[in-house]
Design a protein. Structure first.
Length: 179
């Protein structure tokens, strides 16, 4: 499976309060340090189809839930592991900053995908990425990622049409070098 060349970067999503610094790659793992602002909503329900995601809580409390809806709280020193294909979401479960570190394996396009999602969300007045960007990214990388809060019929029928129109309108010039 392919992965993009590694470049250490820090990204921040102003709506979810998440910050991630991609620190290095080693042994087919993309490592990151990060966390979330106090009481931030964190990541929406999502799936990494081929990647394992491992998050260690360094400081604070992290809540997470799977599709069954049961909420779990982790504390400093705890590790949450999400195998490939397991839908999950996480958030800062306290009024203190959440500090985490972890990895995804294999890296695939994680760094590019999340960077673009965060940039698009930051450019939007709402917490979601811009609709044109979401359509492009979730269509292009549908074999790797899924955002479960977007209805399946939208991703299956509406997004492909939007992507075609977006190409005609030049909405995707910024993605010309997308891996």
């Amino acid at each position: 499976m392919l992965s993009e060349p590694f470049k250490s970067t820090t990204i921040h999503n102003r709506h979810t309060g998440e910050t991630l610094t991609f620190t290095h790659m080693e042994d087919n793992r993309l490592y990151a340090a990060g966390g979330a602002a106090p009481n931030s909503p964190g990541a929406p329900m999502h799936v990494h189809r081929w990647q394992e995601e491992v998050i260690e809580v360094v400081a604070g409390k992290m809540g997470y839930a799977l599709l069954d809806g049961v909420e779990h709280i982790t504390h400093a020193g705890d590790v949450a592991s999400f195998p490939p294909g397991q839908a999950h979401r996480w958030w800062n479960a306290s009024d203190q900053p959440l500090v985490t570190r972890g990895y995804v394996s294999p890296p695939l396009h994680t760094q590019y995908f999340l960077t673009q999602i965060f940039e698009s969300s930051n450019a939007n007045s709402k917490s979601a990425p811009l609709i044109w960007d979401a359509a492009f990214l979730l269509t292009r990388y549908r074999d790797e990622y899924d955002m479960l809060e977007i209805p399946p019929f939208v991703k299956r029928y509406f997004f492909p049409i939007l992507v075609r129109v977006g190409h005609l309108l030049g909405k995707y010039d910024k993605f010309k070098d997308a891996p």
